[in-house]
Design a protein around this ligand. Structure first.
Ligand code: PNW
Length: 453
């Protein structure tokens, strides 16, 4: 094999930013410490019947106390960057008002520790742990303004040491899944019209957040978001199917990513919603369309699309068959091509300055073997496949700068509690001992040689 760095069909660009990702409520624990206020996820997980086994994030991976150990795990992997999220209710226990210095101190310690280890911090400002005290949550337009105040405040406090800020994580998951289908916090099943207003407050929070970060952060600060667009793979790689998939990508993400990238709602979205369309105030769309320095996407799964001349949209989304391969999480179909086609469609549609994969990974049927290690061959297979399509994107010159593997370690997987685990480190939740899985060994080697292994 060619030595690392030799330009060939397997290599990644020099300096490619390999990283790992986590989120505050999923790993920190210490839910009632140092003045942290309750979030909607504390309320939800403590409501019987909401989360598998009645699991909560009260302790999770106890990263609030064990973060030096977690930084050591990152260092041992050789990652160049770490994506974590900041718990809004640690900073503003009631969502707004007087900041809680002890909360800020925690992130100062974490960031200083990462920098000392030579690891670049990338922060998400909102990964679903909304302060429970905010009246009406995302149904209330005021929450978007409260988010902007918090985002601007944090960027002001941290941008002396770090550059990369993401406003929100995955709009669909904290809007529709929380307020329309109700599987995630706060667990409501509103009418479509009200859910559409929640969506609008979500993208508005992002846009106002971008403006607030720019107004408060040091020059050179880079702002983006971590979105999980619906991604469509052309059924066959021919010009008409490629075009169909690209059109599906733009149309189907009209309420979130397309609105953010174009600063408007597509007519097709507004007319499909009819009288359920959101109420939009003057200035909202300009804020929502605020230019970004980078765009990050979380990539897990997608669907195939074919050109359909008989349909007014020009495309047809193909259903998943009952036999399509998937991982233990019910929704996680194995579709490795999404990583390439997602990046390519976004690049061709909107030309963001830089692209990142802010999450990719999977749950797997992990078993601890007699020697104490998890040989997670399914996860290695999954990751190797996805990363192969990531390499194609890089090889073809798409502006893809980095990749964050979800997740550094097993953690609280939302409504699935601790029954579905995504870590490349096994966590024994009785002792809090972290142990690298086979996938961690694979990732360490990939990072070391910076080419497919
Ligand atoms: C993401 N889907 O959630 C989140 O950002 C993480 O916090 C989470 O742990 C991880 O992926 C694994 O679930 C998703 O239904 C949840 O397609 C659901 C979907 C996608 C992502």
């Amino acid at each position: 094999a060619a030595p690392a760095g030799t330009p060939d069909s397997l290599s990644f660009p020099p300096g490619f930013l390999w990283g790992c990702a986590t989120a505050s409520y999923q790993i920190e624990g210490a839910a009632r410490e140092d003045g942290r206020g309750p979030s909607v996820w504390d309320v939800f997980s403590h409501t019987p019947g909401r989360v598998a086994n009645g699991d909560t994030g009260d302790v999770a991976c106890d990263s609030y106390h064990r973060y030096p150990e977690d930084i050591a795990l990152l260092k041992a992997l050789g990652v160049k960057a770490y994506r974590f999220s900041i718990a809004w209710p640690r900073i503003f226990p009631e969502g707004r008002g007087k900041p809680n210095q002890k909360g800020v101190d925690y992130y100062n310690r974490l960031i200083d520790g990462l920098l000392a280890a030579g690891i670049e911090p990338h922060a998400t400002l909102f990964h679903w742990d909304l302060p429970a005290a905010l009246p009406g949550g995302w149904q209330n337009r005021d929450t978007s303004y409260a988010f902007a105040d918090y985002a601007g405040y944090m960027a002001g406090r941290l941008s002396d040491r770090m550059k990369h800020f993401m406003t929100v994580n995955e709009l669909l998951c904290f809007t529709d899944l929380g307020y329309l289908t109700g599987g995630k916090a706060p667990g409501l099943k509103l009418l479509q019209k009200d859910a559409n207003q929640v969506r609008h407050h979500g993208v508005l929070a992002h846009g106002l957040g971008v403006q607030a970060i720019r107004a408060n952060a040091k020059a050179g600060t880079l702002v983006g978001l971590a979105e999980n667009p619906s991604i469509y793979v052309p059924a066959i790689e021919t010009p008409e199917h490629i075009e169909a998939a690209k059109k599906a990508m733009r149309d189907q993400n009209a309420m979130f990513l397309t609105a953010i990238m174009e600063g408007r709602y597509l007519d097709s979205y507004l007319s499909a919603q009819g009288s359920d369309a959101p109420v939009v105030k003057a200035g909202d769309m300009a804020a929502i369309g605020s230019p970004l320095d980078f765009l990050s996407i979380n990539v897990y799964t997608g669907k195939m699309v074919r050109a359909d001349p008989a349909s007014p949209t020009g495309y047809a989304v193909l259903p998943m068959t009952g036999e399509a391969p998937r991982m233990p999480s019910r929704w996680l179909y194995v579709t490795p091509e999404v990583i390439y086609w997602g990046l390519r469609a976004i690049h061709e549609l909107w030309k963001p300055k830089a692209l990142y994969i802010s999450e990719n990974g999977c749950s797997a049927d992990d078993k601890v073997s007699a020697d104490g290690k998890v040989y997670d061959t399914d996860r290695v297979m999954y990751l190797r496949n996805y990363v192969t399509h990531l390499q194609r994107a890089a090889r073809e010159g798409l502006p893809i700068r980095g990749y964050f593997l979800w997740s550094l370690m097993d953690n609280f997987e939302w409504e699935d509690g601790y029954t579905k685990l995504f870590g490349i480190h096994h966590v024994d939740f009785k002792t809090q001992k972290r142990t690298p899985k086979l996938s961690a060994d694979w990732y360490r080697e990939l990072i070391r040689v910076n080419r497919l292994v």
